[in-house]
Design a protein around this ligand. Structure first.
Ligand code: SF4
Length: 360
């Protein structure tokens, strides 16, 4: 999925250094012992870097259409044990559209077998979409089953970290998870940090740990504390901004002029996600988009049809063509989606006609 870079690297660097410089200044104000040194790369184990790589991405316009997606989201759990105001999963609104559930393990195995029969190995299997994946009691078995297929470049997940415990940590690491994104809540306990530390300490050379939080409502002091608490127990760390990424879900408090990673907002017409990723919901249905929290962009059902037929099917093709012909505003969810402006890092707008030609 490492598609091409859209946000100029220099812009990102400038914004990142501005963010960090602001943070450093505030740390000076707190007059802690060796405050600035603490968050420098030299003394902190983690890299201060967004969870998404903006560098070294495949130039999507040279490879699409793809026979196999680079990235597949597969949701072990549509249920979440948190209630974050910026996420629709915990909202009552979401319950109007779907019944939260854990994925049936037999169905999960069938889906992994199905994914394994795609022409190419899938670069990343992300065991996450709408809910908290560690709520699934068979999460380690899910990781193991996918890893044993040998058909995924990496298996990763995103968790709020609340369920990490020594026993589960070891099970997940042993199962072979390659990367874990920990989305740290704005308030957490010393026990929470201890459990993340346990995972980190036991996952060396096995599983990368990327930690992030959302900083818009944090004071400078709590940002410093976050860096101090997690800077030595993660491989990457970052303080992100709120983003109105979920179509038709209102996120309050978004800074209108700044993207998730501190980058400038950029208008993009063609959604690159449609060309390199696909999302499987916990009930086995397939959504065109990982942000389809309402399950209203459904393309098919893996209980009844193959992943390959959905990936190559007419419905997804129609979505792609609508985007390439600059008509995404006519699509209900895509038309109001702000993910491309606030959080996407690929831009294939300039190649739309060329790609369209290759699809015909
Ligand atoms: S435009 Fe937004 S809603 Fe549509 S597929 Fe892309 S990310 Fe998803």
């Amino acid at each position: 999925m490492e598609g091409m870079k859209t946000i100029p690297l220099e812009t990102l660097r400038i914004n990142l250094s501005r963010e960090l410089s602001n943070l450093s200044e505030s740390i000076e104000v707190t007059k802690r012992k060796k405050p600035i040194a603490y968050i420098t790369k030299e003394l902190m184990k983690a890299e201060i870097k967004p969870r998404i790589d903006f560098e070294g991405r495949t130039k999507l316009e040279t490879v699409i259409p793809l026979s196999t997606p680079y990235l597949v989201f597969l949701d072990p759990s549509d249920i979440c044990n948190a209630n974050c105001q910026w996420c629709p999963t915990g909202s009552k609104e979401a319950l109007k559209y779907k019944k939260p559930q854990l994925m049936d393990f037999d169905l999960y195995q069938k889906i992994i077998d199905d994914l394994s029969s795609m022409p190419e190995p899938i670069k990343t299997l992300r065991l996450y979409k709408d809910g908290e994946p560690l709520l699934h009691p068979k999460f380690p078995e899910m990781v193991l089953y996918a890893k044993e297929s040998g058909r995924f470049g990496q298996v990763d997940t995103t968790t709020n970290g609340s369920l990490l415990r020594p026993t589960l940590n070891i099970q997940i690491i042993k199962a072979g998870l390659d990367k874990m994104f920990v989305s740290v809540p704005t308030e957490y306990s010393p026990a929470y940090v201890k459990n993340v530390k346990h995972f980190y300490d036991n996952s060396r050379d096995k599983c990368q740990v990327y930690v992030k939080t959302i900083g818009d409502d944090m004071t400078e002091g709590t940002k410093v504390k976050f860096m101090k608490d997690f800077g030595d127990i993660s491989d990457r760390i970052f303080i992100e901004h709120l983003s109105p990424c979920w179509p038709e879900f209102d996120v309050k408090g978004v800074q209108k002029e700044i993207g998730i990673y501190g980058q400038e907002i950029k208008e993009v017409q063609v959604c690159s996600y449609l060309f390199y990723s696909l999302s499987i919901n916990s009930d086995g249905t397939v959504s065109a988009c990982f942000l389809d929290w309402k399950h209203s962009m459904l393309l098919g059902d893996l209980k009844k049809e193959s992943f390959k037929s959905i990936w190559n099917g007419k419905l997804l093709r129609d979505y792609r063509i609508m985007h390439l012909t600059k008509a995404r505003s006519l699509l209900r969810m895509c038309g109001v989606c702000q993910q491309l402006a606030y959080g996407a890092c690929d831009d294939i707008d300039a190649y739309a006609e060329e790609i369209l030609g290759r699809m015909e």
